[in-house]
Write a protein that binds this ligand. Structure first.
Ligand SMILES: [Zn+2]
Ligand SMILES: [Zn+2]
Length: 351
């Protein structure tokens, strides 16, 4: 019997630790993946905590979604190790990235192809055991994406940080012909957004971040202009430079970032929000109609968008972001570093 070694969440708010179980045997359409690597993501911290911070002391409890011990990790790339007898096309030895946002396939969202928005989801590493492990069980081969000639450490993170940026930018395609897109917040997702925006849109994106180093890195990576949203004159400067923006991506999702992102919109402009930092945001209600603005949330992306994104990457149209690889048994240390803000780019755990 193969052993399944996992870095498990055994109690909320506590460090991960290794647990060992029998490796599951795939049945029916199931496929067993031997994990090559799994990216470490900010949302892993929220699952470890068991809550999201909403505003002030208010928290969104997310402990009811899973049974402990539980395996985090949703940015998975690996090799097919075994497959059930109904798993068509799941040839043993095939290198695949795993689309983790797996839905029930019955609800309205799933039927519309938006399994990432499923109301009774089985998202890997969130509700079903994920990739901080030697192996992960995937319910159907449709969720497996070929990634060669990319490295697994590039392909895995595409499924969350890449897809989050891609899904958000795709919500702005109808407005991007009217002027540059602005990207607010230049962490891992924001920097992925920058490289994608340069591929998807004709004009170089404008960026905003409170960190001067990140602005510098973004300009070096092809951003057209960079602004410091903490500067009280920043809004005026953006309006003077652009006349107001039609497309803004807010990768921060805080009171301040939303005030800034809605403040720089032109009439008819749209903000897509993917960030989860938290806080309460208010806006003069009449301004929504007067400026005809749209504020739209975006949660990762669909399976078909994951395929599009992976194909763009395989075609060499996406610059890789910096990746640090650490062994699987350093999962807790990697989470702690991410929590402390000590990480540049993406960390992946190699099983
Ligand atoms: Zn993630
Ligand atoms: Zn569903």
């Amino acid at each position: 019997m193969i052993k399944l070694r996992r870095q498990s969440l055994v109690a909320y708010g506590k460090p991960l630790c290794e647990t060992v179980a029998e490796c599951p045997i795939p049945r029916g359409s199931e496929v067993l993946i031997r994990v090559a690597c799994c990216g470490v993501c900010h949302s892993d911290l929220h699952v470890q905590d068991g809550y999201f911070t909403l505003a002030g002391d208010k928290k969104l409890d997310i402990t009811k979604d899973r049974v402990l011990p539980f395996t985090l990790g949703h940015e998975i790339a690996g090799v097919i190790e075994a497959a059930g007898d109904e798993a068509e096309g799941a040839a043993v030895g095939r290198h695949v990235a795993v689309y983790p946002w797996i839905g029930c396939r019955r609800c309205a969202a799933c039927r519309a192809g938006e399994e990432n928005m499923c109301s009774a989801h089985h998202h890997l590493g969130i509700a079903a055991d994920g990739g901080f492990a030697t192996h992960v069980l995937v319910p159907h081969p449709r969720y497996l994406l070929d990634y060669t000639p990319l490295s697994p450490s590039f392909a895995g993170p595409l499924m969350c940080s890449g897809l989050t940026a891609y899904g958000a930018l795709r919500r702005l395609t109808d407005r991007a012909s009217r002027g540059p897109v602005m990207l607010i917040g230049l962490g891992g997702v924001g920097m992925m957004g920058l490289t994608l925006a340069r591929t998807l849109f004709s004009e170089p994106p404008i960026v905003a971040d409170i960190d001067a180093e990140k602005r510098k890195a973004a300009l070096a990576a092809g951003a057209g202009q960079a602004f410091d949203p903490a500067d009280p004159q920043a809004r005026k400067a953006v309006m003077a430079a652009t006349g107001g923006l039609f497309s803004v991506c807010d990768f921060v999702g805080s009171e301040k970032s939303l005030q800034f992102s809605t403040g720089v919109l032109a009439r008819g402009g749209k903000v897509v929000v993917t960030g989860l930092l938290g806080g309460n945001f208010s806006i003069a209600a009449a301004m929504i109609a007067i400026k005809a603005i749209t504020i739209e949330g975006s949660l990762t992306g669909t399976l078909s968008q994951a395929r599009e994104l992976t194909e763009l990457a395989r075609a060499g149209k996406i610059s890789p972001i910096p990746i640090q690889t650490r062994p699987l048994d350093q999962a807790q240390a990697a989470l702690a570093d991410l929590r402390a803000g000590r990480v540049v780019g993406r960390t992946v755990l190699a099983a």
